[in-house]
Write a protein that binds this ligand. Structure first.
Ligand code: NAP
Length: 281
């Protein structure tokens, strides 16, 4: 029941109508017995500063931030977590008594999605396809895991090269025509939107002969659940992962920043149930 003690969390983005976050977080508040509501606000870029001030003025617990505000929001916050600073994007803000701190839980979501099968990143060789915002979160997460080598693939060498210069000088800039099928990649991550609408049925690379028999093919896309990239990986007998767990865990990490709760009472499986009940998966 909404009453005078109800707390608010919101999403600042544009567009926001298709976001799964209101459904996931309102379900979590209900299950955990937390008197809070999650609302989605469509905010024009010219109003992002006022929207952030609203989060502070209204005493919201915090907010999520999505396209197109993930970078622009940073200048209006009081503190930025070092990982979010390195990525250059914030997707979660916590209001600590009027002081706003920004985090990037995509990075936590990506790494956590490997923990379910205790993956050891030490010395692994990774290919990351694409140089957008999601790619930065993936790469910063991997750097914190102490991986061996990361190759960044782009359609343009200038882009992959400036990406590497900005994030870490251990990264190697590549273009797709430099992709060597004989290189022993342990993980290949698609961070491009190729494979989702309007590019369903397409893959940015052919994966059948890439890597080795233990290579993991990971696509950040979760709609469709199996992209052409993952289909090729599965049909060549390798392990594949879609972006659903990353989506789920980024939400769980955001929730942990906003409220205290028993983590065993709101898990990945609880979120899966909510998504299934809503016919999303
Ligand atoms: P983005 O900035 O639009 O694109 C990422 C990069 O993909 C671009 O910088 C570009 O790199 C490459 N790219 C774009 N179109 C391409 C094309 N037609 N052919 C080849 N490469 C292309 O997107 P983003 O915000 O980083 O998100 C990327 C994907 O991750 C989306 O599908 C998004 O839904 C998904 N995502 C999932 C989660 C999750 O929780 N699972 C979280 C965030 C994002 P180059 O120009 O360097 O080639």
């Amino acid at each position: 029941m909404i009453n005078g003690k109800t707390k608010t969390v919101c999403l600042l983005g544009s567009p926001v109508e298709h976001s799964f976050s209101p459904m996931m977080h309102n379900a979590s508040f209900q299950k955990l017995g937390i008197n809070a509501k999650y609302l989605a606000f469509d905010v024009h870029p010219s109003s992002i500063e006022q929207a952030v001030e609203g989060v502070r003025a209204f005493g919201f617990l915090g907010c999520n931030v999505t396209i197109p505000h993930k970078e622009a929001v940073m200048q209006h916050l009081d503190e930025i977590d070092p990982k979010a600073e390195r990525i250059g994007a914030v997707n979660t803000v916590v209001n600590e008594n009027g002081r706003l701190k920004g985090y990037n839980t995509d990075v936590d979501g990506f790494i956590e999605s490997f923990k379910t099968f205790h993956y050891d990143f030490k010395n692994k060789k990774i290919a990351v396809l694409g140089t957008g915002g999601a790619s930065k979160a993936v790469v910063v997460g991997l750097l914190y895991q102490g991986v061996g080598e990361i190759h960044i693939f782009s359609r343009s060498y200038d882009k992959s090269s400036s990406f590497c210069d900005r994030i870490d000088n251990s990264l190697k800039a590549m273009t797709y025509d430099q992709l060597d099928e004989t290189f022993p990649y342990d993980v290949v991550v698609n961070t491009t939107p190729v494979g989702m609408h309007p590019n369903e049925g397409k893959s940015v690379i052919h994966v059948e002969n890439l890597g080795h028999k233990e290579t993991i093919f990971y696509d950040l896309i979760y709609n469709p659940l199996e992209t052409e990239f993952l289909r090729q990986g599965r049909e060549s007998g390798r392990r594949t992962l879609n972006g659903l767990d990353m989506l789920i865990y980024q939400g769980i990490y955001a929730l942990r920043y906003w409220v205290d709760f028993d983590h065993s009472k709101w898990t990945r499986d609880d979120v899966i149930e909510v998504l299934k009940a809503s016919h999303i998966i």
